[in-house]
Design a protein around this ligand. Sequence first.
Ligand code: GTP
Ligand code: MG
Length: 200
Amino acid sequence: MKLNLNNVTLRVTAGLANQFPADRIPQIAFSGRSNVGKSSLINSLLNRKSLARVSGEPGKTITINFYDVDSRLYLVDLPGYGYAKRSPADKKRWSALTDGYFTKNPNLDSLKLVCQLIDCRTGPTEDDLVMLDYLRAAGLPHVVVATKTDKLNTTERNAFLAGCKENGLLSSLPLILYSVRTGAGRDELWQAIRSAAELN
Ligand code: GTP
Ligand code: MG
């Protein structure tokens, strides 16, 4: 059955782990540093302009947002990491909330796929690699999504791909090249999501 992308709502904005939805609807999470393009990607997948808030001020709100897609899927917008100007107190809140999602979540079985976003212009940051290493060690299913690929010319794009191939952590993972500007990668990512959530 086709997902009705006109039937989408922001179901839960969770600032605390006990606010995560407890139902068994499959969850697909989007992880990455602040400003990498998580919210833009969710809007692109859902054909919306501004359902997920694209930040003017990166890293300002520390919440996990659950977008309900046709009552059959949650797209989960995780708060970005690596925002240098964040206060120590906010960094602590970020860690508690995000760790809570991955490690103290009684409903972790419902997490079917983590899309780890990497900005193709910078390549993976230290924090991206720590996150990928964590996902691998925890046995959580994940794919890498390179964002903003419209900003690369062919030479830059080949250099980025060569760098990914050489990276031990990245070389064995599925990699989707995405651009919210051109729609590149959208069908491929939807296919990965549908397959992980067993919606096919
Ligand atoms: P936080 O919520 O702070 O963690 O950031 P985020 O990861 O949600 O990033 P967001 O979606 O807010 O995007 C950050 C900036 O990148 C915005 O100015 C977007 O317009 C831009 N952006 C995102 N995706 C793309 C893309 O595919 N191409 C281009 N050219 N710009 C993009
Ligand atoms: Mg965002």
